[in-house]
Design a protein around this ligand. Structure first.
Ligand code: T5A
Length: 213
């Protein structure tokens, strides 16, 4: 299903910025409805789970498997209440983070067997996969630097990962690169170190290529 598109990347990669730009591009070029959403979250219930999971105290208290179950609860709610109905109505759905985040953060970073993540996705989330994923790749130092600059400019809620050590961010990046390389048909790696407009241009070019095929 070509209309389900996800964005992935480490902290400060530029996902939220680029997903908004692609939303505007798709709405302007197709005239169709585009739903922009995020994970964890996307529904009232899911946003409450996001808060439980990502507040600064949460990192040390959640057992990794318990955290995975929370994410899956939020995801199922998100899929059944928002994503699947929107797709069934013919809308585009653009989601900021999805299953690849789980494979990277709960799988490769926190050590949960990826098979468990996949089986849970299959049994609780219809095994729904995006048709296209943009992985925005940046050096973690650049990503964290952007977040620090943003926090000086605007009041933006920091999450537990924003405060993690650089070695954690390096591991997140290595894991994303592995996931992207293992899934080249679906995941397009984009150079996020470029300026905003050039990143957006690369994303639109690849989007057009996929739509034309
Ligand atoms: N999580 C999530 C899990 O552990 N498991 C899961 O299954 C899921 C789904 C969610 C957290 O949840 C975890 C992983 C995550 O840590 P989040 O808020 O979605 O957190 O993720 P963040 O990466 O922390 O979001 P950020 O908003 O911090 O980063 P973005 O969205 O990648 O970056 P963006 O677009 O907000 O940009 C950050 C700043 O950089 C500037 C922007 O203007 C902004 O100020 N910027 C650029 N500056 C220069 N050049 C560019 N090309 C720029 N692009 C953006």
């Amino acid at each position: 299903m070509i209309k389900f598109i996800t964005f992935e990347g480490g902290e400060g990669a530029g996902k939220s910025t680029q997903i908004q730009l692609l939303k505007e591009h798709i709405a302007a070029t197709t005239g169709e409805q585009v739903v922009l959403t995020r994970e964890p979250g996307g529904t009232q219930e899911g946003e409450r789970i996001r808060e439980l999971m990502l507040n600064v105290q949460a990192y040390t208290t959640w057992d990794p498997l318990a955290e995975l179950l929370l994410i899956n609860a939020a995801r199922r709610q998100h899929l059944t209440r928002l994503v699947v109905p929107a797709l069934n109505e013919g809308a585009w759905v653009l989601c900021d983070r999805f299953i690849d985040s789980t494979l990277v953060y709960q799988g490769m970073l926190k050590g949960i067997n990826p098979q468990i993540i996949r089986e849970l996705h299959e049994t609780t989330c219809f095994n729904l996969m995006p048709s296209l994923t943009f992985y925005i790749d940046v050096d973690p130092k650049m990503g964290i630097d952007r977040i620090l600059r943003r926090s000086q400019q605007i009041d933006h809620e920091e999450n537990i990962y924003d405060k993690a050590k650089m070695s954690v961010h390096e591991k997140i990046r290595d894991s994303y690169v592995k996931v992207a390389q293992a899934t080249p048909k679906r995941i397009m790696q984009i150079d996020g170190a470029q300026n905003l407009n050039d990143v957006a241009k690369d994303i639109r070019a690849h989007f057009k290529k996929v739509c034309d095929n």
